[in-house]
Design a protein. Sequence first.
Length: 299
Amino acid sequence: MRRSLLLLFSISLVGAAVAYVLFGMGDVGVRTDGGRPVGQQTEDGFVVAALQKIEKKVITPVPLRRDGDTSTDDAAALTVSGIIRETNEEQEHRGLVSLREVVALNALAETKARDMFRRGYFEHVSPTGENIGDLAVGRYEYVAIGENLALGNYRDDRDVVGAWMNSPGHRANILHAAFTEIGVAARYGVFEGKSTWISVQVFAKPLSACDEPSDALKNSISAEEAELAVLRKVADWQKAALVAMHPETKGEYEEYNRLVDTYNSVVRDVNDAVARIRVRIAHYNEQVGIFNECATDKE
């Protein structure tokens, strides 16, 4: 009598290491059809879990441009300290905690303002494709970052901050619940043949404010998936060998059953590995969820 083959489950990676899919192979065995052994197999696939991604937010509303000359007098200077003061007054009027000025963010804002004058563009994305998140690499680690831009000859610091506050997208950045730190630049120069100001606000929440998901856990998932892939290949090879067998004598049936036992042992290892990976994915995704929630909330 032939022994039954266990159900075989396997996990396979889908996409760029972001999703795991469970495929159940049920009713795997060998039956006799018209005196000839044939393979019988059904498949039923369903998603176990997605390995969720960390979401680092970059928020950049359409740049604010004031055409015409409200003031062309360089003496009516815009200042970093004044723009930060006016910004925090908007926070305080609404019962929000003041944003903390950070030197690294001031430097990012200054880099952005200089680059726009130097290369003659007024956009969040440079001609070579970098945004404020790209500029921050190696200089400031964040979970959320935003940028407000303004071009034009505003009367003073209050005027430029007021213009941002009258623009829904820029206002949302100034009052965003996630942001806790700020940097500012204000530069006067020639843009498109006219003397004017470019002002930059950079808002951020530092990476240190949130607990990052465990890299060790993520790496263990990848390692176990690789081991599982090897087991799966072994099981597939063994199953193919069993399906190809045509036992007729007692000795051949004994050999067939011995191979079934070997195959079933591998299947048990596969199923155990699937169960472990499912638990690890759930744990990692929980950590990612906590991190992403932190990125959107103010301390």
